[in-house]
Design a protein. Sequence first.
Length: 151
Amino acid sequence: MYLRGPAVLNPKAPVKPRFSWQNVSVTGVRIDKWLWAARFYKTRSLGAKACELGRVHSAGQRVKAAREVHLGDKLHITNDSGDFDIEVLAVSDIRGPASVAQTLYRETDASRELRLKVAAERRGLDQFEPRPQGRPSKRDRRRIIQFRGRE
């Protein structure tokens, strides 16, 4: 048996159970909390902000952060990683490990292929326009400022 927490120092201390979704029984949860638990956004407030900005849709409609998510809901989520079309498989308001968070939803094949295609195109852009080697020199910086029209 693997000991965690104070049980390592004190053998008589109670052992914390390992994380399991079976301990969680929720029928519906706020969408901002679910987005945080499913690891689409780092914080719950970023999930709420995404809802406010219209980056989360359910059945083609923008959703508010307080809307409840239920099993079988189809969501369209836009974040820095791309656009996701997903189906909700489980509902949780607890943020667990990434491997467990991926079991909360199933992404459609079309969505996954489109995201991978866009990522490959983004990587391909580096071949046509190489990135600068380092910081611009003082002379280069003056040229940039002059080009932008600040002086």
